[in-house]
Design a protein around this ligand. Sequence first.
Ligand code: NAD
Ligand code: MG
Length: 402
Amino acid sequence: MRNDKAAASSVRSVTVLGATGSIGDSTMDLLRASPERYRVEALTAHSNVAALAKLAREFRACFVAVADASKLDDLRDALAGTDTESGAGESAVVEAAARSADWVMAAVSGAAGLKPALAAVERGATIALANKECLVSAGDLFMQRAAAAKACILPADSEHNALFQALASGNRSELTRVIITASGGPFRTWAAADIEQATLAQALKHPNWSMGQKITIDSASMMNKGLEVIEASYLFALSPDEIDVLVHPQSIVHGMVEFADYSVMAQLGTPDMRTPIAHCLGWPERIPGRAAPLDLAKIGQLTFELPDFARFPGLRLAYDALRAGNGATTIYNAANEVAVAAFIGEKIRFGAIAGIVEATMNAMVRDGAARAPASVEDVLAIDHNARNTAATLLPQIALKAS
Ligand code: NAD
Ligand code: MG
C-alpha cells in the first residue's frame, strides 16, 4: 500500500472489472453521480452481454470484455453503432485490466479475478481491491508484485477499508491488534444441527448486506470472515495473532485498530458498500457518499459477541491455513469455491462446506502439496490441484451422516 498522497487529476480514467455484479453496480452508481469527474476506460463481465452493453452505452466505455469466449458476436451486436471496442475470453478481461486507466475496481468474484487484478498491478495502477479471493490465493506474491510495480492497493472490502482508515491514527510499531467485525450472518443464533441442514434459500437471506451469491453463502458459513482474516494478514502484514474477529449483528462498526496505549480507533457507517468504494474512488481526497448517513440514535444499540468456532468451523480453518502459509490459504480458497458451487447446485448440504475445505487442506498438506507458491503459475497449479482434490472428496463428505 502506498501512502504518498498523489494529486488527483480533475478527470480520472477508471476501469471496472466485474461491472455487472453487486460491487460493480455500487461502483457504477458512484460514477454515475459525478460524470464530470470520471471517464470509463474499460468494463468487464462474465457472460451478461446485455447488462454489459447497456453500461458501455451509458458510460461511453472505450473497451468492454466478456469472459465467456462464446459471447463475442452477441457483444458486438449489442454494441452496434457505438465506438466501444470489445473482446471476449479470459485474455480480453486481462486486456481490459491492462489498459491505461488510473483507477481500477477489481470486483470479479473468485480466484478468476487474479490474472486481471495482477495485470492492473503490473502497470502500477491504483486498484480498489474488492476481490478478496485473489489475495487469499496469492497474497504474498500479489503484495510483492504491487510493491515492485509501485501499484497502490486500496482495500474496498468494508472491514479492510475500515482498518485502512483507522490505521492512519498511529504507526505500525504502535499497533497491538486489529479487529474485524462480522454480522454473524443468517445462522448466528442457530443450533449446530440446524446450521448443518440449512437450505440454499435460508443461506441466501443475509440480515444486513445485499451482495453477490457466492459471498452471501460465505457470510452464512462465516468462511467470508475467514477469507477476510487472511486478506487482512496479507494486506497489512499482520500475524494471525494480531487479527481478531468480533460478531456485531448491526454491521455498523466495520473494523477497529487497537494501539499500544489501548486506544481503539474504529470506522462506522451504514452497511452499504458505496461508502468504502467512495473512499477508494476519492482517495486521497473524500468525495460525497451515496449511502444513507449513519443515524446512531435510531439504531440505539451496538452489540458485540465472540465468534463461535465450533458452529462456524470455516473461521477456525482460516486461522489454521494462515498459520500453515500461503499454499494452504490457496487451498482453503479453492476448496471453498468448489464446495460453495456444489451447495448452490444443491449437491451437498450446508454443513458439508467446511468439511470439504478441511478434508482438502488435510489431504494436500499431508501430501506436501501446500508449499508456498513462488510464481503465479504455482498459485494456479495449487489452486487447480485443490479444486480437483475437493471435487474427489466431495461425494464421500456429502454422504457422511451429519
Ligand atoms: P457478483 O457475483 O455480484 O459479481 C461478480 C462479477 O464478476 C460480475 O460482474 C461477474 O460477471 C464477474 N465474473 C464472475 N465470474 C467471472 C469470471 N470467471 N471471469 C470474469 N468475470 C467474472 O459478486 P460481488 O458480490 O460483486 O463480489 C465481487 C467480489 O467482491 C468478490 O470477490 C467478493 O468477495 C468481493 N466483495 C463483495 C462485497 C459485496 O458487498 N458484494 C463486499 C466485499 C467484498
Ligand atoms: Mg467484508
